[in-house]
Ligand binder design. Sequence first.
Ligand code: ADP
Ligand code: MG
Length: 461
Amino acid sequence: MENIELKRFWEKVKEELIGSLPESVHPWIYSLEVSGYDKGVLSVVTGQAMARDWLKKNHSSQMNKILQTISNDSNARIHIIYDENAAKKIKKEVEKIHKKEIEAKQKELAMENLNFMQSNANLNLKYKFENFVVGANNRFAHDASLAVAKNPAKKYNPLFIYGNSGLGKTHLMQAIGHYILFHTPDLKVKYTKTDDYINDFISNSRKTNNSIENMSKFNKKYTNIDVILIDDIQFIESKEKSMERMQHTFDKLYEKGKQIVITSDRIPEEIPKLTDALTSRFKSGLMVELMPPDLDTRLEIVEKLANYNDIAADDDALKYIAVNFSKNVRELEGAFTKVCAYAELNNKSITLELAREILKCKENIDKLTFDKIADVTSSYYNINMSDIKSSSRSQKISNARQLSIYLCRELTNESFENIGNYFNKKHTTALYAYEQVVKKIKTNVETSTAIKEIKQALKVI
Ligand code: ADP
Ligand code: MG
């Protein structure tokens, strides 16, 4: 018998012994520790010599009978051994098993509790910080979100995360929720889509009977929490009554020192008819923007997806997907999923050829050459294409050169070695130029506009 099994068996026998033997011997029964069960002999050890002698002398036949009934073995018998040290040792082991069982149970309960809270808070298990790839495009938003998760209501309140669709707003927001639930499970977290909030509000205010009671229930639901995550606030546009209610919810939570996180696909000023009061409240904490990920980040995202789902794919295939889907992570994931599904259904491995075949709609990007990029960029800056490849250091030309290098990397995923060769530069110079542009995009409107317009001219957006 396994240790645990033996222990359970003994517990059963012991229970019967206690039930049938006189109370005066119960302390001796409790002193017995099981040490083995072999060929019908159940060995039990006691640290008290008296227990062994008394039980053997007065109760052995009754004890054996009990064992025989439980084990269904008419020859089974209990062998009582006196050994002080062994008894102590066994007792310790039993306690250890007990402790382990209790710990396992507690862990299980904690997990159940966490699962319950996660589903209660309306969170998707995939949207955790661990699964969020950090790159230049989202580092600030990520760091701010993590800071909020580590210090709810103490750091940035409200945190307003904005950016185009599919760039990770919901993911980041829910990651905050998961983090808080895991590290401070006594805090109440609630994730709500703005649409759901509005519908809930409307359906509660429409109920004719008990409308006051309904409203107070509604208010409690959204204010008796420690952290509220309100997703896609732009959907509140032009809905005056809902805005009024939202302002009430916001003020109540803020007053009570609760954390508020909001996402939007645009800044508050661009949400139609958003009241000034809400605009200023949304802007009163920290606003962070999510930008489209650069190539390296996109590549890491698909690599992580492949790992997470245990999918083997050729590097070239992953690169192809990352190069071709640059504006929206949801679409990037969609392209990856499509290729995987096709490969699985047709029993093929994920190769560059397969990815090309499935996603051929984007082949125009595939055909982009350095020449084409350099050509379009020089016309944008009104310079000769030969200048861009020259060693001229004039501001305009070196700007155009930096941008071309950035775009070549971004749109073709060629090595910096090859890009450098094309522009008559060392690969370290090409890398430096690329990094400079990555930085400038975030801080310099002129650069980000130029990139956007050149991409439009190249028909990649
Ligand atoms: P949004 O709310 O901005 O429209 P989501 O948060 O729904 O975007 O993100 C779309 C998809 O892309 C989700 O599946 C999300 O997990 C994934 N995603 C977005 N950004 C990242 C990232 N940086 N790392 C990993 N996955 C990401
Ligand atoms: Mg979203």
